[in-house]
Design a protein around this ligand. Sequence first.
Ligand code: ZN
Length: 706
Amino acid sequence: MYNLLPEVKFISEEGGTSHEFSRIVLDYGEMKGDSGRSSFEELIRCKFWDLPSIDCSFGKAETGALNIRLQEGFEGFAIPGKIDTGKLKRSGYTVDLRNGHGTLGYTTKESISCAISTLKQLFTRSGDGFSVGDVLIVDYPSVDIRSISTTFAWYAGYGRIGFDSQLWNFEDWKEFLNICSNFKINQLNMCMYGYWPFELPGYPETCLKNIPMKVWNRESGNYIDIMYTHPNLSGEFLSELIEYAHLLSIRIFAYIGLNSYNGGFSNIHREKRMKLPPGSRYVNDFDSLCLSDRDNIEYLKRATRRIVQLGLDGIVFEESEEAYWFCNCDSCRKEYGEKTVSPAEAKHEANYRLLNILHAEIKEENPDCEVGLRAWREPPLEKTDEFLKHYCESIPKDVCLYWAPGLYVPESEFTKWVNSFGPERICARDTESNAWSATQGRLVRIFKSNVLRSGTETNDQFIEKDIEQHKGSVAHGVRGINGYLFEWYGYFLHLLAHAHYGWGSEMDEETFYDKAVRRLLGDREAENILYVLRNILTIHESQINLFPAEFPFLRNNVSSVDIASIREAKKKWPLIDGKLDRIISYCESQEDYAVYARHFKKIRNAHHRNRHIYNLCLAAVRYDEEQTEEGKIAILREIEEHNEKDFDLVKSMFFDIIPVDRTGVKSCMYPYHELKRVLDNKLGRNSPPDEEMIYLGVEALGWLWI
Ligand SMILES: [Zn+2]
């Protein structure tokens, strides 16, 4: 039985099999003109990127080759029952193979791309070549847009400088697009938050170019100063990347703030920021600009127009995470604050006006550039019909939603949104578990089982919840799904879940995890891989009581009730470590899987850090219970030793490890620095004590007041 991912709508395995082949000949007759022909050929050659030993050519059938005829439409084809003929005809495909000859039925270029993704999964290695069984497949997506949101520049210059995929060059992105295309993803929303990863004429200070930072130099064991420039600014490749994505029928959107972290403008021009109310306890005044300031509107218009000019297929705007306040300048207060019932509503009203301005700007530059919106996420999470009606009336009619509810609310809340906006305008839900993974300072967070007492955590952002929401999207017949993939290495399961359930599978999740790992990495190490992914216990260093800065993404503090779980994790540690070594060697030694070895090297780094974090936590619990001053000091030194060892491993793998303070507020995703500050103060090394808190990423700031 074939293990196809995403699961296809209909398959009939006929029992026979082809001869051994190492050559494929595709014949598409006289259906397309020359321009269509060359673009088809280019697409098909790209699709075989991971099977370099297969020779692919075009023309008439040849003896010894796998001969495939491409046929436009499904005329004369006996469509099996239970098939949605409308969806099949719109974007589906068929694969019909007998004795090494076959037909691929298609409707669009994208459907050919999907058909070949399936075809490749049917191949089995046989001798020096391949063979393929006799099979009939009829398939189509349940949902038109299967997008993922990746990082091209995530909080760049605010919370961090470089991070996972935002450090990639063109070749790295091309490889990733190929993997996405294998699993029928057809849209990427590239997050560009903070300093722009492209040139913006007139505002060079807002770009991620020549940013001073410190990096660790392992050879001399010290930090050195460098000037960092984003890969797309040191050698522009975004236009080429968009072109390549289009070849694979993948659309590229920019995912940016709607007056939230737009470029480095608010860092450089501090007087342009929104004005905090007097005596405010909020530390984040750098997220948004005052929208009563004409210069600010002009800047946001210019930046948005520039993004359209880069050739992106659409822009998704995200409203600020900061929900509870809006600019307190005289003008904003009169215009928005005094006319609305709450600061959150004031923010929405200001943003509607901005969205309408930017929407006009986008459409003037390119009427085909789509506009999406992610907004209204603050409590109360269950909205009244009246509010939804007002939201709907306040934004342009062709703006699609890239957020709809899914967490902490019953499914009926999603139904309300679908009914209010129409299923054709819903392109995403709250499937953000991987974005939460990306806040964990490069530790592993996939399943609930990775987290200490996950059942009592205040949030539920795990892969299980993403899957549940995707199933709901399919059931409601919406236009699109979106899955977050802010961190890629270590998190291939998220991509596969978004692809599989976005396509329309109703498979139970346990079966899916097993099949997904086998699909991507073969059968031999599948059990070990799943064991590792499920059994790693991650405790964020901020979870000890000694740690003062709040981390809203994990709120349980380690105490004596956790000692048994931590001891159990310590016991399992060598077993997991052995499995990881074995998995890495396996990937590296196999041509088909070598590209995935990096995932496990990163997981191993996290696992090695865990060993020190477990000891750090056990010591911290003892510290909480210790009565004597002398005893406390001894334990603090012990905690310090574990903290340093943990950070040594961070230094050995990652590039961006020092707090960023260009906003005026210190922030770093690694708790090491904040813990070090606390330890140095307690051990009397700072005189006077250093009271400047280092926050755990600016993305945490919007949550601190909830
Ligand atoms: Zn203002």
